[in-house]
Design a binder for this molecule. Structure first.
Ligand SMILES: [Zn+2]
Length: 172
């Protein structure tokens, strides 16, 4: 029997939101949406990124530490679009300091770029608190749910085709 539901599957719920790495040569500008910073350890296996499951992680037991990344949703006031930006721990640390200074991460106007026009060059963040929060600033998004949907979709697309499509957002 068919089960009807009004719950949109997680991987479609956020289908208009893009996950972005900080580009080599252009700046990202936006206003932070979430109140807190969230991240996790990820593994890149040469084909795709996945979240470290913790104690029972086979990749860890094979001796690979993985890398911690933060995933920060920002909103483009002009475009009206939300993007989730993948940040290194170092870059996230700078943002966390700003968040602690203001008591929240939400409502910071941030500009993110790289020190040199190279894919893995260090990320620089400039942030300033907006005097008033824009009325149309979107509600915080569930970053874990968004990332789980992306990672699940990547593993499903690999299983379905017998191979992975090229990962657009691979970790450094
Ligand atoms: Zn692991």
């Amino acid at each position: 029997m068919t089960t009807w539901t009004s719950n949109i599957p997680a991987h479609h719920e956020y289908s208009t939101i893009q996950l972005l790495r900080v580009p080599a040569a252009t700046k990202l500008l936006g206003i932070t949406i979430n109140r807190t910073l969230e991240g996790c350890i990820t593994h890149w296996d040469g084909r795709r990124t996945s979240a470290c499951p913790g104690d029972e992680c086979p990749i860890h037991r094979a001796g690979h530490a993985g890398r911690w990344h933060a995933y920060v949703p920002i909103w483009g006031q002009t475009s009206g679009k939300i993007a989730v930006i993948q940040l290194t721990a170092l870059a996230a640390g700078a943002l966390q300091e700003e968040a602690q200074r203001w008591g929240t991460l939400r409502g910071l106007l941030i500009q993110i770029s790289r020190v040199k026009p190279r894919d893995n060059a260090r990320i620089v963040i400039e942030a300033r608190k907006l005097p008033t929060e824009p009325l149309d600033l979107p509600q915080p998004i569930d970053v874990q749910r968004f990332m789980d949907a992306i990672w699940n979709e990547q593993s499903h697309s690999r299983n379905a085709n017998g191979q992975t499509r090229k990962e657009p957002h691979q970790c450094e």
